[in-house]
Design a protein around this ligand. Structure first.
Ligand code: 13P
Length: 289
């Protein structure tokens, strides 16, 4: 029988490696990620934020991923990434996503717990296995190249997720996986790598909660930091900005080199292949290969 996302995350947690989660805005991204995962025979998660899935189509994104899973009998899953309302979580669950993230990181803890709990109840009632991820601690909101770290992001020790809050959140909400704030940010700095993570805090949270932990905002982190985070308990790593940058750079070059070309699939082929190379590199890192 085909492995579910829950099975894959449980296996990764035991093996102390991480599954890759990569966002898409277009179908070239989907093929790039799928080809890379297949080349290494590793499970993979396709993420689509509210904006990304509105562009591709909310249902269409879930169905495209499912069609690959079925046609190739392959563990590829669709995640409704950062979803900011109960309504949009319900929409994603109804549309067939394998997991959904309610992002209440900017809300007061009580409110975050309340809505996350409602999302979990809706997912459980769906009749399918839909995982719900919860988040604590604001880490910025945009997968862009940044000139400065996002204001309000939880970066200093006193702003990070505490093991106590993590235990309470997980217990009261009933989520399947959990993303603590441990010093990562969405997006990546233009002129240096992103700050290193608070690995000690991550280890403390990881010892306190038994669920698979998720690292958001992995673009811009050094390989060493990512390796340390996986060793300290991360089972799923999210990457978006680095892929977007690879896509844009390859597309710019392709348009320059093929000045008269008008066929989008020919113009976009180099972008697909650059993204694929990057995803392969990341997957090797996450799997310890
Ligand atoms: P980056 O854009 O920093 O890679 O973060 C992506 C992410 O966490 C999506 O959920």
């Amino acid at each position: 029988m085909q492995k579910t996302l829950k099975d894959c995350l449980a296996e990764a947690k035991i093996a102390k490696r991480a599954i890759g989660h990569f966002n898409i805005s277009t179908i070239d991204g989907l093929w790039a990620i799928f080809n890379a995962a297949r080349a290494l025979d590793l499970p993979v998660v396709i993420g689509a934020s509210e904006g990304e899935r509105d562009f591709i189509g909310v249902k269409q994104t879930a169905l495209l991923v499912r069609s690959l899973r079925e046609e190739y009998d392959y563990p590829i899953f669709a995640n409704a990434d950062h979803t900011y309302s109960l309504e949009r979580c319900k929409e994603a669950i109804d549309a067939g996503y394998d997991s959904v993230i309610f992002d209440g990181a900017k809300l007061p803890l009580e409110e975050n717990i309340k809505i996350t709990k409602e999302v979990v109840a809706y997912a459980r009632a769906s009749g399918r296995e839909v995982l719900v991820e919860g988040e604590l601690g604001y880490i910025g909101q945009s997968s862009q190249v940044l000139d400065a770290l996002p204001s309000g992001a939880a970066l200093s020790e006193s702003e990070l997720t505490t093991p106590e809050d993590a235990v309470r959140f997980v217990k009261e909400t009933g989520v399947d996986c959990f993303s603590p704030a441990i010093g990562s940010v969405h997006g990546m700095l233009r002129s240096s790598h992103d700050p290193d993570l608070h690995i000690k805090r991550l280890s403390e949270v990881s010892s306190a909660v038994s669920l698979p932990l998720v690292l958001h905002g992995a673009s811009g982190l050094t390989d060493e930091t990512v390796r340390d985070a996986i060793a300290a308990g991360i089972s799923l790593v999210h990457v978006n900005t680095e892929l977007r940058v690879a896509w844009r750079n390859a597309l710019r070059l392709s348009l320059q080199e093929k000045e008269d070309e008008v066929a989008p699939y020919k113009i976009l082929r180099p972008a697909l292949s650059e993204m694929q190379k990057l995803v392969e590199k990341k997957l090797r890192l996450f799997a310890g290969l």
